[in-house]
Design a protein around this ligand. Sequence first.
Ligand code: ATP
Length: 393
Amino acid sequence: MSNVALLRSFTQCLKNVSHINAGGVTTLTRSLHDEKRKPFALYGGRYTVTMLPGDGIGPEMMGYVRQVFRYAGAPVDFEEICFDPNSEEETDFYDAITSIKRNGVAIKGNIESRKNVPGQISRNVELRNHLDLFSYIMHCKSFPGVETRHKDVDIVIVRQNTEGEYAMLEHENAPGIVESLKVVTRANSERLARHAFELAIKMGRKKVTIVHKANIMKVSDGLFLETCSNVAKEYPQIEHDNMIIDNCCMQLVSKPQQFDVMIMTNLYGNIVSNLACGLIGGPGLLSGRNLGPKYAVFEPGTRNTGKSIAGKNIANPIAMLSASAKLLEHLGLNYHANLLTDAITKTINEDQIYTPDLHGMATSIDVVQNIIRNIQEETKVQNWGGSRAGFRS
Ligand code: ATP
């Protein structure tokens, strides 16, 4: 995509969220909840969900999702679309966009970027921009069964997902002199902040921390900080403060329990979410939600490809399976979502079946089979009068 095309796509994104008056000043923004969510594709009582396996460990993880859904009896069918990472052809990519627009929801692995050449925009970034998935949520909560330096971490990270340093607008002015644009808009910052505060209320949280580097990037991060601080005034019931990104990283590794909900721009969000995953046990455990007014896409929290561990039956399947549990919850299939979440939590905290990333000896399949066993155990109990069915013996 050329820089001009990218700028056009940003303008389109802004039109989605704001009314820009003649002077170019944004005067009105919509929150996540104002616009109508795309209805889910529901045929004969079964949902259709777009599945983008991506590259590296993605395809094997999707196989586990299918298996676990079958055992959980989740009424979901997948429309699978694969990409050839080396192809210049865009057909599959636009098929994926059309499919998500039709189904309203997707689960994805990380799509490998094509050749590392300027002007080639990451398909992951392009997908998020096309679907206006402006907010990325990662709930980073310690598993009591997993041994880590810090206990009781419970942080909700709300990350801007479509602009900032990920504008991918770079050019070389003169040989050896490169400029890279960081795009911050009031419209996107405002709806992100509103989403974060509304989420904080919904989740019964107490404090939102705005993360920035406004002492150096006074205009761009200054706008983000000012906009989020203004939105914070609309939510007096939620405490708020702000922290400079470098101090924030130091505080996170020293005393992560002090954080509740955090809101930040795109690149800081990428770094902080990886750091937070590291705090609770690495890349194989947490999931992330890409949310916009109309569509939702679920994926492993740190968005890794894991190329070097693909096909070896050693990748931790928990992150992708957690993403699939969040997807079930998003579809309103709460029984199946809870069934899967409980089976995953028991596997980690009680059964302690760990792949090598958690210093265990189990294979990916061992973990999946244990989760399936837990699901079977729970549904068997239900059939014979377990609490889920509301029967008591
Ligand atoms: P790789 O080194 O595997 O080719 P990479 O350098 O592109 O991958 P990422 O894909 O970003 O890096 O992954 C970062 C690290 O996390 C890698 O060491 C990868 O093997 C590991 N990793 C990612 N996902 C998982 C997972 N589900 N289970 C275990 N380890 C994982």
